[in-house]
Design a protein around this ligand. Structure first.
Ligand code: NDP
Length: 332
């Protein structure tokens, strides 16, 4: 049982020497306001957490800050009629871990509006194996389906496939019945991606080096976690009346393209924002994840570490060196 009076946390602070990252003991009175107090069991490591903890991106602007954009755990106290002590809950997004203290602490105090109940049959550890990266993958799949994606002979491509978002997307799409192509820049991940359900492996450069406004039609849908030249390349290779779920920028923010894929092939770009996704869509996505994310594959793509490992792993994730998902056990 977590000690609720003093508890450990990873805290970011800034002084004249720059960003300081330290393990600290905090007390309840240190926590920000909120109507629900949660004993955090698990958090995770997303690309954005890597940016925050290394100070690479301007993710955190107010210090001190407990980072960690996701957590799962058990409600300890609640002033909300929607949550009772003992309820298992998940939090992703809503700028938690960026503007409001987040999941890299054994206790968190948050707004009830930001929480969702843990879906039936899912554990708090599985919820963080999914986390924002996996939740965003499901939002991408749902957006593609809303725009007409159905299993057929053509392949759906996932870029940045060996990363967190990509790994969950590959596994979920394959489980639903799509033919999945996984694009990766790491040859050592090919067996891993095939084990998740990818039928075809596509080299990173094969997409990003596409130069013509319209290449041969190849993909019936795309989940893109890379952006930049990869997104430009994807656009030129999409089949008629298909869509790309634009999720990430691991490879760059800017991209240069032409209007031709839109005008001549009716291609759609679908923006995916997990942070302020409305609650009904959130609940739908988590219920879909409980159904469509095979648990044995989730375990296979996940490493579980202690909070103390976060600074080193943050360096690795921003260099694109993490395979799959990292779960943080707050009680380890
Ligand atoms: P990961 O680091 O786990 O995965 C990113 C993957 O992108 C890497 O594993 C690598 O895949 C590929 N990659 C990395 N660097 C480059 C590069 N320079 N060029 C091409 N490919 C590269 O991060 P996440 O899965 O957590 O996040 C992925 C992206 O999605 C990030 O940009 C993140 O900010 C964004 N995101 C957006 C969300 C939203 O709400 N829209 C929510 C969650 C994440 P491989 O080795 O297979 O090539």
């Amino acid at each position: 049982m977590v000690q609720t009076e003093t508890f450990k946390a990873l805290v970011l602070d800034q002084d004249d020497a720059g960003l300081q990252v330290a393990m600290k003991q905090l007390t309840r009175s240190d926590l920000p306001d909120g109507d629900v107090l949660v004993a955090v069991e698990y958090s995770d490591l997303n690309y954005k957490d890597g940016l925050a903890v290394t100070g690479t991106g301007k993710i955190v602007r107010n210090f001190p800050m407990v980072p960690g954009i996701d957590f799962s755990g058990t409600v300890v106290e609640s002033r909300s009629p929607d949550y009772q002590p003992g309820d298992k809950v998940i939090l992703t997004g809503w700028f938690v871990g960026e503007r409001h203290w987040g999941g890299y602490a054994q206790m968190a105090c948050v707004k009830s509006d930001w929480l969702v109940h843990l879906p039936d049959g899912m554990t708090t550890q599985e919820a963080m194996a999914i986390g924002t990266a996996g939740f965003t993958s499901m939002l991408a799949v749902m957006a593609l389906e809303d725009h007409g994606l159905k299993p057929d002979s053509r392949e759906v491509i996932v870029t940045g496939a060996a990363g967190g978002l990509g790994s969950v997307a590959v596994a979920v799409l394959a489980h639903i019945g799509y033919n999945v192509a996984a694009s990766t820049g790491r040859s050592e991940t090919h067996d891993y991606l095939r084990a998740l359900g990818a039928k075809t492996i596509v080299g990173r450069e094969e997409i990003s080096s596409a130069k013509r406004a319209l290449e041969s039609e190849r993909w019936s849908g795309a989940v893109d976690s890379v952006g930049g030249d990869t997104l430009a390349g994807l656009l030129s290779m999409m089949a008629y009346h298909t869509s790309i779920a634009v999720c990430g920028n691991a490879g760059g923010v800017k991209f240069a393209s032409t209007v031709m894929p839109f005008l001549l092939r009716g291609v759609n770009l679908l923006g995916i924002d997990s942070v302020s996704c409305p609650q009904p869509r959130r609940r739908e996505a988590w219920n879909r994840l409980a159904r469509d994310m095979p648990r044995e594959l989730l375990a296979r793509m996940t490493q579980v570490v202690s909070l103390e490992a976060v600074p080193d792993l943050s360096q690795q994730i921003i260099k694109g060196q993490i395979q799959g998902r990292v779960v943080i056990d707050l009680n380890a």
